[in-house]
Write a protein that binds this ligand. Structure first.
Ligand code: HEC
Length: 116
């Protein structure tokens, strides 16, 4: 019984609050928020539709034509088991992706190697 009480005491003892421990901010995974995306029709559908499986940063890092976004969605369906979208739903998402994540061109910009 004594050993158990001692074990319990050790378990509930607060961690040492040294200066070093306090200087380290707790790690928090960066949360993605739909509010950080460019506003416009289709934003919520696209954000929640695509983040069901992965970070939106995987999407926003891309810049593609409508055609390529469409291919990407088909790829998600065929290769990654994304439930097929209703036509209207897909159109809303494509409108949004085409408008806000077009191919990036111009000097100095990042070029999507798949967009050539
Ligand atoms: C059913 C799950 C699922 C959904 C929903 C989904 N994806 Fe994906 N997606 C994946 C997986 C799995 C990968 C590959 C693994 C990884 O890189 O994390 C991926 C990767 C990607 C990539 C990186 C390129 C590649 O082929 O690896 C892009 C771009 C992408 N998805 C776009 C989208 C867009 C846009 C949507 C919303 C319309 C979407 N995804 C919705 C599962 C999904």
């Amino acid at each position: 019984m004594r050993a158990l009480a001692l074990a319990a005491l050790i378990l509930v003892a607060p961690p040492a609050q040294g200066a070093f421990a306090q200087a380290q901010p707790a790690f928090e995974a960066k949360q993605e928020d739909v509010e950080t995306l460019p506003d416009g029709p289709g934003r919520d559908e696209t954000f929640y539709g695509c983040t069901a499986c992965h970070n939106f940063s995987l999407v926003s890092a891309q810049g593609m034509t409508r055609r390529q976004w469409e291919d990407t969605i088909h790829l998600m369906v065929e290769r990654h088991n994304m439930p097929e979208l209703a036509e209207a739903e897909q159109k809303v998402m494509l409108d949004y992706l085409e408008k806000h994540y077009p191919p990036r061109t111009g000097r100095g910009g990042w070029r999507n190697p798949f967009a050539q």
